[in-house]
Design a protein around this ligand. Structure first.
Ligand SMILES: [Mg+2]
Length: 235
């Protein structure tokens, strides 16, 4: 009897891949820092942001502003950052889905052989807020890994995979895991773990730069989502 084909687990990055927020996250982080420490000056200038985890960006922001980062402060900051982001979205900030992103998620969700998750540098509460604000249903995103799950993006794919195994009772084979993201660190975290990488040039990294990191599939955007879905489901 032929073996059943193994299912694919498709993990989406958020910012620059599924959506764009016009800097709502950074604005809310700065507003939070200024609320907690009104006498200090905070700036993202010179800090590395792209593809990194929010808790590490937070730590760099505090140190650059002359504040000692602590576990307790991080808890408070994370909570207040969520409030600022929510307030921003209810006033001026917008979360825009990128072209084809909702269609790709929905078509993979409807496909029998695919399961879906988020693999992101966002905290869980702020990541889900951004995704919901962009008009995505949260239902497809069942197996996720977040900023709090590791110290480096490379640590996140095994987390999503172990959640997948714990929930479904199925083994995950890393060669059946696809990570879709807009930065070299998305490609790196996929390949470091033996997963496949789809790179999308809708973030801050031009297509030529992404090409030099050798993703398994490189696309300008998710506009041609039917082709991307076929590439995934025909594997
Ligand atoms: Mg991104």
């Amino acid at each position: 009897m032929p073996a059943m084909p193994e299912r694919m687990l498709v993990l989406f990055d958020i910012d620059g891949t599924l959506l764009r927020t016009e800097g709502a996250g950074m604005t809310a982080m700065l507003a939070t820092a200024h609320e907690l420490f009104p006498s200090k000056t905070f700036s993202f200038e010179g800090l590395s942001i792209s593809g990194r985890l929010d808790r590490l960006i937070w730590k760099d922001l505090m140190i650059a502003g002359g504040v000692e980062p602590s576990v307790e402060l991080h808890e408070l900051f994370r909570h207040k950052y969520g409030e600022h982001l929510r307030r921003g979205f209810s006033h001026t900030s917008k979360s825009h889905p990128l072209t084809g992103a909702r269609e790709l998620v929905e078509s993979l969700h409807a496909h029998d052989g695919c399961d879906i998750g988020l693999l992101t540098g966002n905290y869980e509460h702020t990541g889900l807020l951004k995704v919901a604000q962009a008009g995505f249903s949260l239902a497809p995103f069942q197996f996720n890994a977040w900023a709090d799950d590791g110290h480096h993006r490379r640590e996140l794919p095994p987390i999503a995979m172990s959640r997948y195994s714990a929930h479904t009772g199925r083994e995950t084979n890393s060669s059946r895991v696809i990570i879709i993201g807009d930065t070299p660190l998305d490609i790196d975290c996929a390949h470091f773990n033996g997963c496949l990488a789809i790179a999308v040039a809708t973030g801050h990294h031009p297509i030529a730069e992404l090409a030099s990191h050798k993703p398994d599939l490189l696309v300008q955007g998710l506009d041609n989502w039917t082709e991307i879905a076929s590439w995934i489901t025909s594997r």
